[in-house]
Write a protein that binds this ligand. Structure first.
Ligand SMILES: [Zn+2]
Ligand SMILES: [Zn+2]
Length: 175
């Protein structure tokens, strides 16, 4: 409370606002002692301030919608990047697979070359060994090449929003 306000309060002579009429009420808005006319003016002023504040809040709601739209766009971009990356992974895996199969095929082809070069008496034993050795190549129990992936994720992080309130940290205001 300023000196002037206290003066008005104690003296009770004139309205704190117009300084002319005698004060009749304590304004709910500013706690000053004012005439009815000025009290009404102050009420109107608060109504205007409230209107401004509502406008301010509505603007923030609009901004949140815009933020959401921008973030959605970025999510789509991330998704597109994942798809591109997945396609590259597919192509890379195809090539890797072709190399792996090639190596296995080389092994099998080498066996047939070996078989052709063997003396007749060695062939039955070689075939037994061959069948045991290549037993792992079956469709039913196919674990030669395992295919898996780690699912890509799109991460959303919210930056610390300002939750400061004048009611929270200005304790002196109402005590
Ligand atoms: Zn007045
Ligand atoms: Zn007032």
């Amino acid at each position: 409370m300023t000196y002037d306000e206290r003066e008005t309060l104690t003296s009770g002579r004139n309205c704190a606002e117009c300084k002319k009429k005698p004060p009749q009420v304590q304004c709910l808005h500013c706690s000053q002692f004012v005439c009815l006319e000025c009290a009404q003016k102050h009420v109107n002023l608060v109504a205007l301030e409230s209107e401004d504040a509502m406008h301010f809040l509505n603007e923030k709601l609009d901004i949140l919608d815009q933020i959401a739209a921008i973030a959605r766009q970025k999510i789509v971009q991330e998704r597109d990047m994942i798809v591109r990356y997945a396609d590259e992974e597919r192509d890379r895996s195809f090539m890797q697979l072709a190399r792996m199969i090639d190596v296995e095929k080389q092994k099998v082809r080498y066996k047939s070359q070996e078989l052709n070069g063997l003396p007749l008496n060695a062939i039955p034993a070689y075939i037994r060994e061959l069948k045991a050795e290549l037993q792992y190549l079956t469709i039913e129990n196919n674990d030669l090449i395992n295919v898996s992936s780690t699912a890509p994720r799109i991460l959303l992080q919210q930056r610390g929003s300002q939750r400061k309130s004048i009611y929270d940290d200005d304790d002196n205001m109402f005590n």
